[in-house]
Design a protein around this ligand. Structure first.
Ligand code: SAH
Length: 393
């Protein structure tokens, strides 16, 4: 995907501009992995893992050995390929925060039973084992589980970590309860892929009464940006393609939120907290909601799009820890989610763009998200009011 204007080198730009977020952002253990900062590749996080039963109608895995995977396997299950795990591991904001949470809070893990939901390469399980967990169950449904098994063995943790290949919903655990559930389940726009539901299922089935979920809080935010140049490039482009009218694609492009890096200088209004989810308490239905917003312009400018992003926090740590994926924080592979508006809004400093956002899993495919935005501006120079529907897929 193309980079946004003023952001040809978005990673290094954002690293240079790295600002403290509201929550304590831990990147102080630089020595071990600091070389990763330079080698981050801002590739797309590939399409979400579709229901694995699509590639295997019986719902069980055909373990053909990892080198037997074909592009068909990866099409239906992108998490089988090491590339997506490489991108996640090299996202130092993400991985370092989990590492710091675990290593700086060993009191949480010592002699505890841990369940790692969606273990991938097993990295979080390895951190937990190293921090003194009594036993870690690493559950992973894609073929990368075979690699996780080898990784656990070759690092000498076979006696502490058990890798179980399968969907968490289908797995049987040799224990009745676990003390800690750890997972990196967050998708684009926080909820894309809907893996949160699997974590909630796991919590209800296996978490001991005094057990904890890591992370335990996730919040979604909204702001508004000036984005004339890029909207022209991504949306208006379709009006005249080598002299032909492709406006029908423009309509589709408008309805698909764009995952991309936003420069903080594009932000026109305040950033508003839309919704906080408490992973330790919420119900699966709480991922559908309607919330109001009021975005107040901090300068005279034009608004072309709304931008959503999230942060997650680990409140059970000795000191609050977490990270933000916002445009004012260091870049992550989640980037931000841009929702283009039909209207270009001419907003004056102090005026408010008000409205509501409705979010719900798509009925046909709950891994996709339907978003509806209602907005209105009653300003000196611009009066506009509209409802727009978006689909993340
Ligand atoms: N924990 C790893 C990987 C995170 S990505 C890390 O931090 O690097 C999420 C992983 O969860 C993917 O590998 C995906 O295949 C897996 N996953 C998604 N839904 C799952 C489910 N219901 N059961 C088991 N694994 C799941």
């Amino acid at each position: 995907m193309g980079r946004r204007k003023n952001n040809q080198n978005s990673m290094s730009l954002n690293n240079a501009q790295h600002q403290a977020t509201k929550i304590c952002f831990n990147d102080d253990e630089e020595e071990e992995n600091s070389n990763l900062d330079d080698s981050i590749v801002a590739t797309e996080k590939a399409i979400a893992m579709d229901d694995v039963t699509m590639s295997d109608p019986n719902g069980s895995f055909v373990d053909g050995g990892d080198d037997d995977n074909t592009s068909a396997d990866y099409y239906f299950d992108s998490y089988s390929h090491f590339g997506i795990h490489e991108e996640m591991l090299k996202d130092v904001v993400r991985t370092k925060t989990y590492q710091n949470v675990i290593f700086q809070n060993k009191f949480l893990f010592k002699d505890k039973i841990v369940l790692d939901v969606g273990a991938g390469t097993g990295i979080l399980s390895l951190f937990c084992a190293k921090a003194g967990a009594a036993h870690v169950y690493a559950v992973e449904c894609s073929h990368i589980a075979n690699m996780a098994k080898e990784i656990v063995e070759s690092n000498g943790y076979s006696n502490v970590i058990t890798v179980l290949k399968g969907k968490i919903e289908d797995i049987e655990l040799p224990v009745a309860k676990v003390d800690i559930i750890i997972s990196e389940w967050m998708g684009y726009f926080l909820l894309f892929e809907n893996m949160l539901n699997s974590v909630l299922y796991t919590r209800d089935k296996w978490l001991a009464n005094d057990g904890i979920v890591l992370p335990d809080k996730a919040s979604l935010y909204l702001t508004a940006i000036e984005d004339a140049e890029y909207k022209e490039d991504k949306i208006e482009f379709w009006k005249n393609v080598y002299g032909f009218d492709m406006t029908c694609i423009k309509k589709q492009a408008m309805g698909e939120p764009l995952v991309d890096t936003v420069d903080q200088n594009q932000i026109v209004t305040n950033c508003q907290l839309l919704k906080t989810m408490d992973i330790s308490k919420m119900a699966s239905g709480d991922t559908s909601f309607t919330v109001p917003f009021k975005l107040v312009a901090e300068r005279d400018d034009y608004i072309h799009a709304l931008v959503a992003y999230f942060d997650v926090s680990f409140t059970k740590c000795h000191k609050l820890m977490g990270f933000s994926t916002g445009p004012r924080s260091r870049a992550t592979h989640w980037k931000q989610t841009v929702l283009y508006l039909e209207d270009v809004l001419t907003i004056c400093q102090g005026e408010a763009l008000t409205g509501s956002m409705t979010v719900a899993p798509n009925k046909k495919n709950p891994r996709d998200i339907d978003i509806t935005i209602k907005y209105s501006l009653n300003g000196q120079r611009c009066v506009a009011s509209r409802t727009q529907h978006y689909k993340m897929r």
